[in-house]
Design a protein around this ligand. Structure first.
Ligand code: BV8
Ligand code: ZN
Length: 273
């Protein structure tokens, strides 16, 4: 059966849903000016994702990988939450929720690392399963210090390199000692994100939420990265409903009961309003 595009019908479903989850991807932050990974002009297209977002890539060229994350930090710091973030944030407020379905729950599971959902006063817990751009992790196994660091630039060595990423000129090789260091032991720091091949955060909590969900919103994701891409299918498998919000066709469409094509900063406020 073809997915419904009927907002009224969807809003009726919302009023009878008890445990709602949203799985969000880079498309949620697109309207905030943060480039997506695979969409048109996605920055992964200019760079090989697997050479930048893996432990091996970082070990091989920490200077290049830090320039990439410095570029993303600067973009996130300059960005503001958009109407899609705000629609999710309002929908997450207990007062708003209880008006719709008393005792219902709503949890945001995001693949995004930009921190914009937290900055839009989204009700916790926000499950940032791929980590956070502004966490700095120590690479010294005996230390493992983690700190929140939103300084711009995070260190002098990276100052101004964000312009290089845009133009893809060859990047300067920044010496290890001039890259971000752990404030506790002085070892090399790494971005607090989950790279390919690393285990995402909050998996047990997410698995419990997915098992209980009767409605899964899939927002602005190409549904190509696992295990995030498997959640909608899981919800559908146990009888829950799936609603996809995307500007393009994505892997999630085939699982959808509802498909709202278009920018989520327009469709989400309409669907959740
Ligand atoms: C893991 C952080 C083991 C870094 C990222 C099967 C099972 C398990 C694992 C695998 C598996 N098959 C393959 C794997 C391995 C791998 C994987 O999935 N590879 C893929 C490429 C095949 N997965 C992993 O390695 C994961 N770890 O598996 O550990 C394990 C597993 C289970 C249990 C225990 C252990 C770790 C993956 C995490 C990688 N880190 N990010 C960083 O950000 O730099 S992934 C990266 O891609 C981002 O997080 C991003 O969010 C994510 C997915 O991309 P999207 O968000 O979907 O963005 P994209 O550009 O692709 O799409 C944007 C969409 O938005 C488009 O559809 C576009 O149309 C739409 N859009 C654009 N504008 C708008 C819009 N929609 C609406 N409105 C708009 N305005
Ligand atoms: Zn340390």
């Amino acid at each position: 059966m073809a997915p419904s595009k009927d907002f009224d019908n969807f809003r009726t479903l919302l009023r009878s849903s008890k445990h709602i989850i949203a799985v969000a991807g880079a498309g949620l932050s697109a309207a905030s000016g943060i480039p997506t990974f695979r969409g048109t002009g996605g920055m992964w297209r200019k760079y090989d994702a697997f050479s930048l977002a893996t432990p091996e890539g970082f070990a091989q060229s920490p200077s290049l990988v830090w320039q990439f994350y410095h570029y993303r930090r600067q973009a996130a710091l300059a960005a503001q939450p958009n109407r899609a973030h705000l629609a999710l944030s309002f929908f997450s407020l207990p007062a708003a929720r209880n008006q719709i379905v008393p005792g219902s729950t709503f949890t945001l599971i995001t693949q995004n690392v930009d921190g914009l959902s937290a900055r839009s006063d989204q009700e916790p817990p926000i499950l940032e399963m791929h980590g956070r751009l502004f966490d700095l992790l120590c690479t010294n196994r005996k230390c493992k210090h983690v700190e929140f660091n939103a300084e711009s630039p995070i260190c002098e060595g990276l100052a101004g390199t964000e312009m290089l990423i845009e133009t893809k000129t060859t990047d300067p090789n920044i010496e290890l000692e001039d890259l971000p260091r752990c404030s506790k032991c002085g070892a090399l720091g790494r971005p607090g994100v989950v790279w390919f091949g690393e285990t995402p955060h909050h998996l047990d909590t997410i698995d419990g939420l997915v098992a209980q969900a009767d409605l899964c919103l899939v927002i602005g994701t190409s549904s190509k990265v696992y295990p995030a891409a498997s959640y909608a299918e899981e919800v559908k498998r146990h009888g829950g409903k799936v609603a996809v919000f995307n500007v393009e066709h994505s892997h999630g469409d085939s699982k959808a009961h509802y498909l709202f094509p278009g920018p989520c900063e327009e469709t989400l406020p309409k669907a959740l309003g």
